[in-house]
Design a binder for this molecule. Sequence first.
Ligand SMILES: *Cc1c(COP(=O)(O)O)cnc(C)c1O
Length: 347
Amino acid sequence: MSQQIIDLRSDTITLPKREMLEAILEAPLGDDILGEDPTVNELERRTAEMFGMEAALLLTSGTMANQVAIMNYCNRGEEVIMSKYSHIFTLEGGATSAVAQVQIKPMNVTNGVYDIDEMASYINEGDIQRPKTGLICLENTHNLNRGEIIPLENMKAIKELADKHNIPVFLDGARVFNAAVELGVSVKEICQHVDAVQFCLTKGLGCPIGSMLVGSKEFIEKAVINRQRLGGGMRQAGIIAAPALYALDHMVDRLKEDNDRAKKLAKKLSSVDGISIDPAHVHTNVLAPKVVKEGWNAARFIEFLADEGIKVKHIGENEVRMIIHFQVTDEHIDKVIKAYEKFADLR
Ligand SMILES: *Cc1c(COP(=O)(O)O)cnc(C)c1O
């Protein structure tokens, strides 16, 4: 009997919808390095408008967008303050040192809240020995294993601190739309507290490729050059932009469903024996339950779930991660709950 696999490892595993692929066939195309791809131009215009900023740029990945932003803002050898749990610090192949040539000052973040005093203590004006703080990088939702929302007042306080020292604030907003729909605000409202932002088209929005960088006209003009230096200039990139335009129209508001399913699942799992999860810590579409049953660890639990047709990600000795996305239905959630209950009954 063939079994349908429920893949909860990430929202990046989502496949483009048929409508996205059809949009590609209809899209007018041109050479984007010459600025002549109408579909890319339309996507960049729409994105800038959505974020309440002057301009936007399509890039191939979130990693490239993050690195271009850092290259834009920082001189070689400067320091960038960011969460020690952030994607830029932990999962970009050391690009900040190898490519952007800055160093990172990692800081603590608790439940999505950046400690303002700690952040302030790391700011350097720069002298003969200490590197100048060139940039503050935030991540919202914070921490890809947690999906926490940075409270708006925390973002505001960070921006005030940064302004006092004349330091720009960049947001890695890979999943910023998950935060926006949860807070019931527009991304504009979140991003009023930053100078520039990137978001991923490939996570919950379900596109096959791409990230958008958004900021001032001057910032984006510089980003075009840094993208080119990284080999990220593209020709008929409208084939990437067409699914993205579809996503902005049809995939944003529905992210609330993913958040809601994640919360429903967290609540159910919190009462399952042998599993530890605090539903209050599930802000958006990411869950990280701990396996707390004698003789079990994450590796063994993952094997058990795989036999039940469920894929999750290993993130710690006793911890797995599940991300809810549009390919996960209520029926799937019920199956996942059943599998966990079966686990609870095992010896
Ligand atoms: C996925 C992700 C990125 C990087 O995006 P890629 O397109 O995979 O390079 C950056 N930051 C965060 C928080 C992410 O979740």
